[in-house]
Design a protein around this ligand. Structure first.
Ligand SMILES: C[S@@+](CC[C@H](N)C(=O)[O-])C[C@H]1O[C@@H](n2cnc3c(N)ncnc32)[C@H](O)[C@@H]1O
Length: 181
């Protein structure tokens, strides 16, 4: 995995139901961290003894969670209290040569000002409004994850492709790939 010689130890921040654990082929340990009371697995997962879940936000991951080779965050960075501060904190949890991989929505348009007529649309509007702009993303990487590679992708409804321009009716995503020297 990612050129690593041994199966990695993984922390999945904002893991939700921990779906990632079921999709990984090989790892030494997977720790899913999420503050939510409902979706998260409760620790007696049938997946494997190597899988653990901890109820916590990125802001209060307990010190007992040890170092990781990969820290991943999918679709929750924009919900953190202070992404720059938390990325700096997460780096301290990385093993030498470890990686932080973050994927989230990229806000390319302006904030959406109207209220939605149903809960799902309201959720998507809230996500859009909370999401990072390309400028926010650059500042985050410069201050907290120097040297990170940033890729952007566009959802064109049929598939997700590398972004050619910033316009999309369906949404844009960014992917940060940071490696600790
Ligand atoms: C859209 S879901 C993404 C779940 C999963 N990572 C995925 O990609 O399917 C966002 C998750 O972020 C969690 N979350 C919200 N605030 C958080 C925080 N401050 N720190 C960590 N996770 C948070 C929510 O509880 C929710 O499970």
């Amino acid at each position: 995995m990612l050129g690593m010689n041994t199966p990695p130890r993984i922390i999945d921040v904002g893991c939700g139901e921990g779906l990632l654990a079921s999709q990984l082929e090989d790892f030494e340990e997977y720790i899913g961290v999420d503050p939510d009371n409902s979706g998260i697995h409760t620790g007696n997962s049938a997946l494997s003894a190597k899988v653990k879940f901890i109820r916590a936000g990125v802001e209060n991951i307990p010190p007992s969670v040890s170092h990781a080779d990969i820290i991943v965050s999918s679709l929750n960075l924009a919900l953190w209290d202070d992404p720059i501060r938390r990325c700096i904190d997460l780096r301290k949890r990385l093993s030498l040569g470890g990686r932080i991989l973050i994927i989230d929505l990229l806000r390319t348009g302006s904030r959406i000002e109207y209220a939605a007529s149903n809960e799902l649309n309201q959720f998507l509007i809230d996500q859009h409004n909370a999401s990072l702009t390309p400028e926010d993303l650059k500042v985050l990487c410069r201050k907290a994850l120097p040297g990170a590679e940033i890729s952007t992708f566009t959802d064109n409804r049929e598939t997700i492709v590398p972004t050619i321009d910033t316009a999309s009716d369906y949404g844009n995503l960014f992917f940060i790939n940071y490696q600790e020297a």
